[in-house]
Design a protein around this ligand. Sequence first.
Ligand code: AGP
Length: 615
Amino acid sequence: MCGIVGYIGDRDVVEVLLSGLGNLEYRGYDSAGVALNDENQIKIFKSLGKLKVLRENLEAHKSELKAPKSGIGHTRWATHGTPTTNNAHPHTCNCGSLALVHNGIVENYKELKEELIQKGCIFKSQTDTEVVAHLVAHEFAKTHKLEDALRNATKKLTGAYALCVMHKDEPDKIVGVRKNAPMIIGLGDGENFISSDVPAIIEYTKKTIYIDDDEIAVITKNSVKIYDKDGREIQKKVEMLPWEPVALSKLGYKHFMLKEIYEQSDVVRNVINGKIFDINEPVRLPEVNLTQENLKTLSRVKIIACGTSLHAAMVGKYIIEDFTGIPVDIEASSEYIYRKSNTDASTLVIGVSQSGETTDTITAIKQAKSTGSHILIITNRPDSNMARLADSLLSVNAGIEVSVAATKSYTAQLVSFYLLALHLAEIKGSMEKSKIESIKHDLIILPSKIEALLSDTKTIKDCAKKYSGYKNFIYIARGINLATAYEGALKLKEISYINATGYPAGELKHGPIAMLDETMPVLAVLMPGSIVYEKIFSNCEEAKARNAKLIALTSEDTPAIRSLFDDVLIVPKVHEFLSPILTCIPLQLLAYYIAEFLGKDVDQPRNLAKSVTVE
Ligand code: AGP
């Protein structure tokens, strides 16, 4: 959730660090800082708030800098200690000889802090990180070699960390290590980079080395060396990043979220590209690394995810069960990890994650893997830690998603689930050919429906304006669109901070109906196809009788709808099974425009981070 960037080379170090941190800004943070190695002196600058405050701070102290040749920077998302300048990273030791930045949580920091205080360390912050800075300094005093000091210090730590450290006595190097937190090296010509994520370095290089747990990276201007936990040098594969720097541009849109919403037709095309060639041909999914026999006899599926990815999992459960008859459970990763696991070698476990770095899901997947389950990961980041745990990897190809609120990665996850469910149904022979063909046909033409939907958003904007003053909403649905109600409500909560609850429409009468009156609008997703359409209609009549304002999200523009509902958001007609891919989009836009009207920070909502790397 914090962002790390380090640079050593001939460019303007301050600029490289600030631009790298800027490209990590979307991950969400509360303070930022840099440490510069300036003619063998460590100089630290930290600021509370957005990066521009740090930039102004550095600008104001420009005259104090001579010629920094290396530096490390950090954006912090507070875990231990409130967001303050003192708690911001980098942290240092008593004498200020080193600077250290950290992403993760040191679980045993309290014990270590006690010991270090006994040894004379003076703490200036409330963070767990400062403990590591003092520890490394102590170790450095023994060996005078930064990589050895960092290795020895990390042996005392429990928890998760990506750490980068510099020392004034070894001005030509930056040293990094990681455990259960991402870290990559960017290779340049006469310069090198280290970072917690790709966007920080993509402007400068695509050549990358991924660091694994417990490995120590030593970067200098002209070399990168990686050592294992015992200090032996190891050779690592150099990989080329699949992203382009343009992915980090808003391309004229006011916010990344809006740009990403508008990218969804192309995203659907990308996901099905190379997977569905013709409606008569089987779905091609060679990524699923199980034999036909294994797939035919598959008796159980478990899907683990968090947040928006969990909502995609809900749709996944619905269609896999419907298309194949295989029982599917879904569970929030954070719940799965603290109870007796019931997965085993006969269970296909699917982990879903946009970032591939969500700690709860990674932990859950590791646990499931240890029970012998086959692990299939659906992620937008094939370079992530979660992807590395996969026995089968389904990369959703949505492109980098910058806005904290997930939009296009959700549609990409949904489409991936449709491909998987169709693939399983074809192998098992569990679904009529005509139904499979009609779903494939509708999937192929879905991007044009998304384009039609996005070509006229006036009604959604008007609706957003009309309802932006309400403090509470209920979003209801049944069947395959229940996940749409949950996801739409989550979007509204995340970026506008309005209380919105997703609820099964049939459950309204079992409790929440007590809250309904003219102050609580009810948004209903009612897509024709199955019996639930009529049922939701009746549930809405019940809400209307309690004076609730009603908003319909439907493809049915009928007099009956117009007379019952106060406002109607129309989507193109679509096969009910595929409708969640379409219905999520007006709700993303509704949340977006409400947040816009309220003047919220759409791309970086308060308290949230793009990838949640703490438990
Ligand atoms: C979605 O808008 C949120 N940012 C959040 O719920 C997110 O989906 C969740 O934290 C899971 O992240 P992941 O998909 O990267 O694992």
